[in-house]
Design a protein around this ligand. Structure first.
Ligand SMILES: [Zn+2]
Length: 277
């Protein structure tokens, strides 16, 4: 049984669909899922929380990249709520935040949260938290789209899923962390787990349904194949070939920079070019 809930997505404008987080309103509380990237988006989410007028019960984090936690200081300011994630997500964020600060800070300027709070409450795979009658169960995936991912499932029928970035909604994908084999294996397990009519609330765009598993699997496989088959004696030409092939698969321009950022790291992982950093 899952109780009544209403899902509010932030930011409310879908422009760019750069990154989403959610407030899940139950009868007497609000649960946040992720915390956005920019100061202004996180403030909009906090204003939305204040408007709902119910106490924030917890924050649930779906993965270890900064676009899912960096704005949390704004969202939780003045409260002492548990920010919940598997230990692997907590450890990854603790280890990687300083370097992300150096890379992303200059890209976003004042919109990059100067103060960032991390998940503070570990949870184990398959454990649940319940607010009113609404049960949230974590799946500790380990490495997948990011170095550590943790979708959250609502109720026992598992028809509402906060999937993080396991599926992108017809946008270009970030593969630079190199865990494409793990991601593909996780897709195989997750698509078998959920009912056909499940609704996936995701990190960028959406919501989407089960039909997007096949698109996502195809995107990752094509990307790895195309990087593998490119002629890396001409690196610029190789990169252009990969971009052209991926644009043929997914014509959208959205988040194309994430795909472009992923080409060299995957080529390095495959031993086709020397690692850069
Ligand atoms: Zn993301």
């Amino acid at each position: 049984m899952s109780g009544d809930l209403e899902i509010h997505r932030f930011p409310t404008r879908v422009e760019g669909a750069f990154v989403n987080a959610y407030l899940v309103e139950t009868e007497s509380s609000v649960i946040a899922v992720d915390g956005l990237l920019t100061v202004s988006a996180a403030r909009e989410m906090r204003a939305g929380l204040d408007r709902l007028g119910k106490p924030l019960g917890a924050v649930l984090v779906t993965q270890s990249h900064p676009d899912h936690y960096a704005g949390l200081a704004e969202v939780v300011a003045g409260s002492d709520v548990p920010i919940v994630a598997p230990q692997g997500v907590i450890d990854t964020i603790s280890a990687d935040d300083a370097i992300k600060d150096q890379i992303i800070g200059p890209m976003f300027g004042d919109e990059w949260p100067a103060q960032r709070v991390f998940p503070n409450t570990p949870i184990r795979d398959g454990e649940s938290l319940t607010f009113d009658d609404v049960k949230f169960t974590v799946i500790d995936l380990g490495p997948s789209e990011s170095p550590h991912d943790s979708p959250w499932v609502v109720g026992d029928d598992e028809k509402i899923v906060f999937l993080g970035d396991q599926i992108y909604d017809h946008q270009h994908c970030y593969l630079a962390d190199g865990f494409y084999a793990e991601w593909l294996a996780n897709i195989g397990q997750l698509r078998a787990r959920f009912p056909d009519d499940a609704v996936f609330h995701i990190g960028h765009g959406g919501p989407v349904g089960s039909e997007m598993w096949e698109w996502q699997r195809g995107y990752i496989e094509l990307f790895v194949d195309t990087v593998s088959n490119a002629d890396w004696s001409e690196p610029e030409q190789a990169k252009a070939t990969v971009v052209a092939e991926m644009k043929a698969y997914e014509p959208s321009d959205e988040l194309q920079f994430l795909m472009e950022l992923s080409i060299e790291p995957i080529a390095a992982k495959l031993g086709l070019v020397a690692p850069t950093a």
